[in-house]
Design a binder for this molecule. Structure first.
Ligand SMILES: C[S@@+](CC[C@H](N)C(=O)[O-])C[C@H]1O[C@@H](n2cnc3c(N)ncnc32)[C@H](O)[C@@H]1O
Length: 250
């Protein structure tokens, strides 16, 4: 996605204590960052942060982490979070953000981080077949998420894109997830407590129904052969174009 440059974003993020500059340093220790053992939920590709800012302020009993690779996006997410907490007159004590290439997410989370839920909202559909492995719901990525998502933990996935949704249902099943809720039209599904993301608002206004699923992690670990994990892992690392951004003054 193209976004206008925001020269203020990096300096402001560097100043904000809830933006983690080197997230890999906290791998396996995220609960100590929050200084409690509350459940941990992670949003991958948070964009402007409209979803995370509303979710986190509404749930002080849960710890949240929002990840995106773009400083411009994280800058807007930071401002949205600050605004929501100020309006609620609350200290920002249960949400952190950072820049990270999600295809390398296991550099920042490990099994010790015991994640309860992952949110993936309107990730890039990567329509060309040779790009499918970059999808945030592709088997390559799901097998990484499995390592830090607890057994029985959930991935909640929303998209406007029919092809991505169809393929993703297969990816989840192949990677040892059970689909516990699936709808082709979230806003008319009776599902309660939905928080709209920026992309969700945009697509809804265009009359495009929102596809949504909840995938529960089963304990069984699918074999490498079934998921092509081993085969694709090297490719995956070679194909990483963007690098995460650090905001602290060097
Ligand atoms: C289409 S936007 C959706 C933003 C938001 N979730 C929403 O629903 O409005 C996708 C976001 O994911 C981020 N993103 C895409 N691929 C990524 C990757 N491999 N690693 C980290 N962030 C990524 C982009 O920078 C962008 O902010």
């Amino acid at each position: 996605m193209r976004i206008r440059r925001k020269p203020w974003a990096r300096p402001e993020l560097a100043e904000w204590e809830n933006c983690i500059d080197v997230p890999a340093e906290n791998r396996g220790k995220w609960h100590s960052v929050f200084k409690n053992d509350a459940p941990l939920m992670i949003e991958l590709g948070c964009g402007k942060g409209g979803f995370m800012s509303k979710l986190a302020v509404a749930h002080p009993e849960i710890n949240f982490i929002a990840v995106d690779i773009k400083s411009e996006m994280l800058g807007l997410a930071m401002r949205n979070i600050k605004r929501e907490y100020a309006e609620a007159n609350r200290e920002i004590d249960n949400v952190y953000i950072f820049s990270q290439e999600i295809m390398l997410i296991n550099k920042v989370f490990s099994a010790e981080d015991v994640c309860d839920r992952i949110y993936i909202n309107f990730c890039n559909p990567w329509p060309k077949t040779h790009d499918h492995k970059k999808r945030l719901t592709h088997n390559n990525q799901l097998m990484q998420y499995r390592e830090f998502l607890k057994d029985g933990g959930e991935i909640r996935f929303k998209t406007d894109n029919d092809d991505l949704f169809l393929s993703s249902k297969r990816y989840f099943t192949e990677c040892g997830f059970e689909l516990t809720f699936v709808t082709e039209d979230l806003h008319n599904s009776g599902f309660e407590d939905n928080i709209m993301t920026e992309h969700e608002k945009m697509f809804s206004e265009q009359g495009i129904p929102i596809k949504f699923l909840i995938a529960k992690k089963l304990t069984i670990n699918p074999s490498e052969k079934e998921t092509n994990e081993g085969e694709n892992r090297a490719e995956k690392v070679e194909n990483v174009a963007d690098q995460p951004e650090n905001f602290a003054e060097k």
